[in-house]
Write a protein that binds this ligand. Structure first.
Ligand code: BES
Ligand code: ZN
Length: 456
């Protein structure tokens, strides 16, 4: 149970907490663009300052690229240890002209705060800091030992986190781990996530003639890289949306009957989602529902595509080169290493002799399922019910969070709580990303309650 003093501290400081979130959101900590390296460092420092203000002791650790913040609360003997993970880096904000207000000038309207990183993940992560601050501010003692692990490379696939976890294993031992970097099932339907998809991401570069050619002078005698690329990409998927790579589905863990029944019982509002997305119809793998397709079945997507002339009017050329970014979302039991091999084999087989096709492996993450039958899960259920006034539903999410499997693998930790405070229509990675201020407030209540419930 959350002491009344803490609850009222959270209520009284609602605006102050939002102001702090706005300050965090002003830092343009885009991890993929090196011109933001200084902002990345400021964001790490901002996180450490916040934690030190709560009496935590911590440090910023350099990695090969972006720093990790590791901090812990004053040790209380006998109390459980909760490891909290979050990421302070964000995705690039483009296309900039589609933002109603600039991405790094947080703006509050209609009960939401709008900014890049509002929901992914600054707003969600900050609830853990504010909950600790509220307990201490109310004059109470923390009921739990807290360790915070906050990284700046999540949005680029956490390339240096595995090494960091191996080197700092001893400092990261905990009874449970909490991560809020996902979403509720829908607005007003809080959820606990027990599955995430994995990821395999590639770039394809097709090189044809040394330079762009006159398509009249040379058309018909050389391979056109854009055409070759289109053929390869088209071959990756069958018209019914299934993935054509031989062996792609071999290791997929089939959905249990009970799980399918549970997914079917989730209150999904398909027409609301279609309206939000602006698409007249859904598509996807035959035999599976929308909920199954977007959270529990593997997919392949073209994420970007370029080549040749795309300016105004016409230019009769055979382009010298063309390229694409292609990624696959993987589900439990699929191995990114095996899928990478299958992908390479397929591309090589489908590449004609008249061009060079280069494949670059960009990044990946393992798919994951976490146990639902743990005492930490029961604590999280109570905490969500206390903050949101509703029991959570259990869901599988389609996104990826590389740290989850790394924590399982390197810390041997199975007690992982994935508690999404955001909403699917928050616009993560999109223009006009936002986070509901009511949900921010409710989530701080939930996290504070979780701190009390976790040891019970
Ligand atoms: N917060 C997302 C992950 C997420 C999205 C979880 C939706 C649940 C639902 C995270 O910040 C993210 O975007 N991850 C990347 C990982 C990749 C770069 C390895 C992703 O899923 O694309
Ligand atoms: Zn993200």
């Amino acid at each position: 149970m959350l002491p009344a003093s803490v609850s009222s501290y959270i209520d009284k400081n609602r605006q102050a907490f939002v102001d702090d979130l706005a300050a965090f959101l002003k830092i343009s900590s885009v991890s993929t663009l090196s011109e933001h390296d200084e902002d990345i460092r400021s964001a790490a420092q901002w996180v450490l300052d916040q934690l030190e203000n709560c009496g935590f002791e911590g440090k910023i650790y350099q990695t090969q690229r972006h720093p990790v913040v590791l901090a812990s609360s004053e040790h209380i003997p006998g109390a459980p240890v909760l490891l909290v993970y979050g990421h302070y880096d964000v995705q690039p904000p483009d296309p900039l002209d589609e933002w109603e207000t600039p991405p790094f000038s947080p703006s509050t309207r209609d009960g939401y705060i709008y900014a890049r990183g509002a929901t992914d993940d600054k707003g969600q992560f900050l609830t853990y800091v504010k909950a600790a601050q509220a307990i201490l501010g109310a004059g109470e003692k923390l009921p739990v030992n807290l360790k915070f692990l906050v990284e700046g490379e999540e949005e680029i696939g956490s390339p240096n986190l595995e090494k960091f976890l191996r080197e700092h294993r001893g400092e990261l031992i905990a009874d449970a781990v909490a991560i809020s970097d996902g979403a509720q099932f829908a607005p007003g339907i809080p959820a606990i996530t027990y599955g995430l998809r994995g990821l395999c991401y590639f770039q394809l570069d097709v090189q044809g003639p040394r330079f762009d050619l006159h398509s009249g002078g040379f058309g018909g005698i050389v391979e056109n890289p854009a055409q070759v690329l289109a053929n390869i990409l088209a071959a990756l998927k069958a018209p019914d949306e299934t993935v054509n790579l031989p062996g792609f589905y071999d290791d997929v863990l089939p959905l249990q009957k009970s799980e399918r029944e549970e997914m079917a019982s989730l209150p999904v509002d398909e027409s609301r989602i279609r309206d939000y997305l602006g698409v007249p119809e859904f598509t996807g793998e035959p035999g599976y529902s929308v909920v199954e397709r977007k959270g529990a079945r593997p997919t392949l997507d073209i994420n970007g595509l370029w080549g040749g002339f795309s300016g105004q009017g016409a230019k009769t050329i055979i382009p010298a080169r063309a390229g694409a970014k292609v990624s696959m979302r993987l589900v439990p039991n699929q191995d990114p290493g095996i899928i990478t091999r299958i992908f390479h084999d397929f591309i090589e087989k489908n590449s004609p002799a008249g061009v060079k096709v280069k494949i670059t492996d960009l990044h990946g993450a393992d798919p994951v399922l976490v146990s639902r039958q743990t005492t930490a899960m029961r604590a999280a259920e109570k905490a969500i019910a206390a903050g949101f006034g509703k029991k959570p539903v259990f869901i599988r999410e389609g996104g990826s969070i590389p740290v989850v499997n790394l924590i399982k693998k390197h810390l041997g930790q199975e007690n992982i709580l994935l508690l999404g405070w955001g909403c699917p229509d928050d616009g993560a990675h999109s223009p006009n990303e936002r986070f509901s201020l009511d949900d921010f407030h409710r989530a701080i209540h939930s996290v504070a309650t979780l701190y009390y419930e976790i040891g019970v």
